[in-house]
Ligand binder design. Structure first.
Ligand SMILES: Cc1ncc(COP(=O)(O)O)c(C=O)c1O
Length: 409
């Protein structure tokens, strides 16, 4: 079974939007197009149920039901319980709130491991706990390969390690890390594994049980949905950490890590992500299968399409004499988030030449400041990043390659 790209693209209004005609979107790691289902949910919510939710009157009751449905449907796609999903304004905010909970839970001298491969959202909030007497250790990438290696983590784990925060997939390197292996190592040392899945989730929502993680965060605005952060927090961990919400909501798992009132419409619109993923699953013969099987099926459909498009692009970049490609050269080992620098040209100049040709590429350090520095790249200019997802066509990747050929000469 291969991905039906015409079907997929028919689900995204952006591909029929006149103002985007001729534009090729290669900054998906920054934000994906929204599925039609997401747009429809937001529109419907604002028209029909834009009232305070969870009261008895009809519009209010329906608003609450839609928000509850969003939580349980997303949980099913992650193979989690509905009480294990939290929503916040963004991943950065969710990790900040988690760090505040840890600040009160951990004791001076306890140890936390962060990486220098991560986006700052999964580093800074925890690293700041050093101000409260916690010992923060940095698991560093191999500066040549940009990889996080098992031995690096083993050397840092100790009897007082309480947390290892690392990424499922770097938003610059693109490598898909061995999450299960690293989480198991953390657990064996008595520590939790908190994983940033922001750069992985657009390529197929993960099975959090299979990954064996304690917390897993991602951003729905990169997963065809509304601008929200989603956080899987294992039930036992939620109960063990101090409540960050209003004191009288302490008994409500879904409110304990959302100190600000959540955005009701955006939560309801998470149903749009579930509707879209359901549509893809059903269209590809996964109708009636258990949810974990549907999620695995959609993941492999997405991955197979992306990998087939990615390999020729990697081959082109690897052989180009002026290009320094960051990360692995085999498409099967990484996400289609491809960062590189160009000898003799600033990254900003390359991205701007691509923009002139109707190609949207990213440029900068992508808030993976520590990583970019560790790789010997000026964090102010950073790298060029071209990132795509399952709705990208071969035509678009070929066009990108042609424009790169032109811009890099
Ligand atoms: C890998 C990664 N982690 C975390 C974040 C932060 O997400 P948010 O914008 O939802 O705070 C980003 C945002 O680009 C990211 O790429």
């Amino acid at each position: 079974m291969t991905l039906d790209l015409d079907f997929v693209r028919s689900q995204f209004p952006a591909f029929r939007e006149p103002s985007l005609a001729g534009f090729a979107h290669f900054e998906n790691a920054g934000g994906s197009y929204a599925a039609a289902q997401t747009v429809a949910w937001l529109d419907r919510y604002y028209r029909q149920t834009r009232v305070q939710p969870y009261y008895a009157f009809s519009a209010s009751a329906r608003a609450g039901e839609q928000m509850d449905a969003a939580r349980s449907r997303l949980a099913a796609w992650l193979n989690a319980g509905a009480d294990e999903v939290q929503f916040g304004p963004s991943t950065s905010q969710n990790t900040y709130v988690l760090a505040q909970a840890l600040r009160r839970h951990l004791a001076p001298g306890d140890e936390i491991i962060v990486t220098n491969q991560d986006h700052e959202a999964n580093v800074g909030a925890y690293a700041r706990l050093a101000d409260d007497g916690l010992v923060v250790r940095e698991w560093k990438v191999n500066p040549v390969t940009a990889e996080l290696e098992r031995k690096g983590l083993e050397a840092l784990l100790g009897p007082r390690t309480k947390l290892v925060a690392f990424t499922h997939c770097s938003n610059v390197v693109g490598s898909i890390n061995a999450v299960r292996e690293f989480a198991d190592l953390a657990h064996r040392a008595g520590a939790w594994a908190f994983v940033d899945g922001v750069a992985f989730a657009p390529h197929g929502l993960p099975d959090v049980q299979e990954l064996g993680v304690d917390a897993y965060c991602f951003s729905l605005y990169k997963v065809y949905g509304p601008h929200l952060g989603a956080l899987f927090l294992r039930r036992e961990l939620n109960a063990a950490l101090p409540n960050q919400g209003h004191f009288f909501n302490d008994g409500l798992p879904g409110k304990r890590f959302t100190p600000a009132g959540p955005d009701h419409a955006q939560i309801a619109a998470v149903n749009g992500v579930a509707d879209y993923l359901d549509a893809v699953a059903d269209h590809h013969g996964l109708h009636g299968k258990p949810s974990a099987e549907r999620a695995a099926g959609v993941r492999s459909l997405f991955r197979a399409h992306e990998t087939a498009l990615l390999q020729p692009l990697l081959d082109f970049l690897v052989q180009h004499p002026k290009v320094r490609l960051i990360g692995r050269t085999r498409a099967g080992d990484r996400a289609p988030t491809v960062a590189f620098t160009v000898k003799g040209q600033s990254s900003a100049a390359v991205a701007s030449a691509l923009a002139d040709a109707g190609i949207g590429a990213g440029v900068g350090n992508f808030y993976a400041y520590r990583l970019v520095k560790a790789l010997g790249i000026d964090p102010d200019d950073g790298a060029v990043r071209v990132s795509f997802v399952h709705y990208t066509s071969k035509y678009e990747v070929d066009r990108l390659q042609q424009e790169l050929t032109r811009c890099l000469n």
